[in-house]
Design a protein around this ligand. Sequence first.
Ligand code: MLT
Length: 199
Amino acid sequence: MKHLFKQGEQGKPVFLLLHGTGGTEEDLLPIADMIDPKASVLSVRGQVNENGMSRFFKRLREGVFDEEDLVYRTNELYRFLDWAAEKYEFDRKHVVAIGYSNGANIAGSLLFHYKQVLLGAILFHPMVPRRGVSLPDMSNLPIFIGAGTNDPLCKPEETKDLKDLLEGAYARVHLYWENNGHQLTEAEVYEAKKWYTSI
Ligand code: MLT
């Protein structure tokens, strides 16, 4: 997978950065820097091309995911993390995902499909990646969700459903609302930083 890696300070986590639809592995670098400039960074480009826009998995139309591809791509990312941990010699158990929109959805899918795949997750404007599956035990896993009360893509009910599902698997979810739409705001990133420094 096309990616970039930046070595951080010893003992700090590795931020797995996952961009939104049409983004690149460069997009979330300033966000990672705001949250913890000393963390290592593994930033990945989505492998799926939708009319020239990179994504992490296919969709049938807006908001409707191609589940087969989602499962396939989630496994691909999971295996990539194993590969990257060996190549860059970081602790595989020390990965914190930071995803926005489509990137938050594949991060959510990692959590839905694999046990202990992440140390924590910051999900900006995520949706429920998949319904009707039983989730692995996420006891005490810290998750930050940033959401917009007027987000037309990730509707508030969807955000609440996601929180309920994650909490049903015993994750520790912190949900932060803004009176905004789908865009990622500086205030939201600041909240995520506050949350990250408190966990
Ligand atoms: C998705 O397809 O993952 C969501 O609709 C968000 C997005 O458009 O990236």
